[in-house]
Design a protein. Sequence first.
Length: 190
Amino acid sequence: MTATRILLLGPPGAGKGTQAERLVEEFGIPQISTGDMLRTAVAEGTDIGREAKTYMDRGDLVPDSVVIGVAEERLSKADAAEGFILDGFPRTTAQAQALDILLDRIGSKLERCVALVVDEEAVVKRLLKRAEIEGRSDDNEETIRNRMSVYHDSTKPLIEYYSERGLMAEVDGMGSVDDIADRIREALGD
Ligand code: ADP
């Protein structure tokens, strides 16, 4: 059986969003990206958006309490009942623990965590290029370096967290989008 309750882990610029979109098409399950949801909140000028913006512009993590609320609301919607692709959440151990509790409460559980393993200098270059094209306000060299170091300090320990639970699959995240998608599909099978 193929896992459909999936967490994609990896540093900024690793290609999580691109691969999540592939999985959405293939399995018909929603992508849940806290980064996208927070950017929408910022664009709409909601209270959450206003609170999140200062952190996002620096490349710092938005406080756990805020992000956990956003993720919980989204995961509780009906379309996430049969599966989901978490992209960019959880990013801290506290968020991972909150996710465990939430999924338990709604009678669900994570089936696989796929970590994209990439050459970090290459992804920094990729992010700098994306910055020119998309003009995201948190895509400049300083915040990109900060997001990378935040990933190391706060998010990378989750590889251990999910390894201990027997859910971890580390996948080579370098190469063509198609090749990486094939590796992920393999990692999601039994
Ligand atoms: P990237 O992976 O390129 O950093 P995202 O779109 O996933 O991009 O996230 C953009 C920003 O949104 C992060 O730098 C952070 O400020 C905020 N953010 C997104 N998800 C989380 C999260 N789970 N916890 C805390 N902050 C988050």
